[in-house]
Design a protein around this ligand. Structure first.
Ligand code: CMP
Length: 240
């Protein structure tokens, strides 16, 4: 059956026995969320866990002035909404569909039953949460230790690494980059222009290609190049 196959390919469920997968299939419901729909509201009580079957969502914090910080962009095979089910606290962030998305929804009671009956799920959860903590550590490190060109370079390298390491296949706006690295759209636009002028990236019809990974890696705090080969950036606000 198609859903069994899909469930098997989801990291959270990969260590489960066939009988457990069938049980989850009995509990879970599929739901579609159009682009921009809010799936989870920050501060709401949590009643379900979600697994992304198709599409992409964003986990965001929204400030009182309406500014958004994107914490993560879960895609196919990722899950979210587990925190409130585990610690009984309100939802820690908003989760919004970035594209038309198809999700698997597991209610609180069913999730707890699965957790008690299937140790494989607990291991999958712990692994995924470790990965998330590493990403959050990376993000905090970037915010404190890197300037804006460094944060942009790091994000571009991560996105290119989702594919062949050279091309970024997903379309991404300067506004979205700004929300992902804690900067402003204007500063990101200026930084992208500098990266292009210095021959480090190429942008053709919003498709980004990395032309010099070594210099980008150095800017992102990962490389070994000397100062002469770094990104030269003249600007009043390179930290924001
Ligand atoms: P919950 O708090 O129930 O609802 C919001 C969800 O966003 C949360 O569960 C997590 O699944 C997810 N989330 C919160 N913070 C992060 C983060 N830093 N990285 C990835 N996902 C997160």
């Amino acid at each position: 059956m198609a859903l069994t196959h899909t469930l098997r390919s989801i990291p959270l469920f990969e260590h489960l026995r066939d009988a457990d997968i069938e049980r989850i299939q009995g509990f879970a419901r599929e739901r579609s969320y159009p682009k921009n729909n809010v799936i989870v509201f920050e501060e709401d009580p949590g009643d379900s866990l979600y697994v992304v079957l198709n599409g992409q969502v964003k986990v965001v914090l929204i400030g009182e002035d309406g500014r958004e910080v994107i914490l993560s962009t879960p895609g196919k095979g990722d899950f979210f909404g587990e925190m409130s089910l585990i610690d009984d606290q309100p939802r820690s962030a908003h989760v919004i569909a970035m594209e038309d998305s198809q999700l698997l929804v597991l209610r609180r009671e069913d999730f707890h039953q699965c957790l008690a009956a299937m140790p494989g799920i607990a291991i999958g959860l712990l692994r995924a949460m470790c990965k998330r903590l590493r990403q959050a550590d990376d993000k905090i490190g970037g915010l404190v230790l890197l300037d804006v060109p460094g944060r942009v370079a790091r994000l571009l390298l991560e996105m290119a690494d989702e594919g062949d390491g050279e091309h970024i296949t997903k379309r991404i706006t300067h506004h979205l980059i700004a929300q992902m690295i804690g900067s402003s759209r204007e500063t990101v636009s200026r930084t992208m222009r500098i990266l292009m002028d210095q021959g480090l990236i190429e942008v053709i019809r919003s498709r980004i290609t990395l032309l010099n990974r070594d210099v980008l890696e150095t800017a992102a705090g990962r490389g070994t190049m000397g100062p002469a080969q770094r990104i030269h950036y003249e600007g009043p606000d390179r930290r924001h």
